[in-house]
Design a protein around this ligand. Structure first.
Ligand code: ZN
Length: 165
């Protein structure tokens, strides 16, 4: 039975903490990953990190194509971004933990990221376009970083007011 998990909203302190590495894929981690995917699809969103559901561990799920009718779920355990393009671009980003606001964040256009899946297999892939934005956004959550942290003080104040409204 999959369960929908409550999504924490900023400024919950769990969202601001650096999450701990996952030391083994237990039944609890498998269950959490399933529940996070179900919660992400129901939200509806394209990425969800464990701290957003109150679990300060280094795992996120993403699926950047399901809204086009092509499901491609990824479960990323202990991800590492080990290359970032010098070229950046600015994209509009929503966040399930920052309801009511969309922020414009400058990020590298493409990245390379490695991670482990639920079977313990290691993956290494290049992400570009929206997938790169989504992966960097979710990765940030594992370090307690939100889109707000990428904004100028003025834009941050406006975004915070929108979330708290
Ligand atoms: Zn987010």
């Amino acid at each position: 039975m999959m369960a929908l998990l409550p999504i924490l909203h900023w400024p919950n302190p769990i969202l601001l903490a650096r999450a701990a590495p996952i030391t083994g894929v237990t039944a609890g981690i498998r269950r959490l990953a399933e529940d996070m995917l179900a919660t992400m699809y129901a939200a509806p969103g394209r990425g969800l990190a464990a701290p957003q559901v109150g679990v300060s561990q280094r795992m996120f799920v993403m699926d950047v194509t399901w809204k086009q009718g092509i499901p491609s779920p990824l479960v990323c355990i202990n991800p590492e971004i080990h290359w970032r393009s010098a070229v950046t671009s600015i994209g509009a980003e929503g966040c399930l933990s920052l309801p009511g606001t969309t922020t414009h964040v400058s990020r590298p256009q493409s990245i390379r990221m490695s991670w482990h899946d639920l079977d313990g297999a290691r993956h290494d892939a290049r992400f570009a376009g929206f997938a790169a934005i989504c992966a960097q956004h979710e990765y940030d959550h594992l370090d307690g970083i939100l889109t707000l942290d990428h904004l100028t003080p003025q834009h941050r104040a406006l975004a915070e007011a929108e979330v708290l409204a």
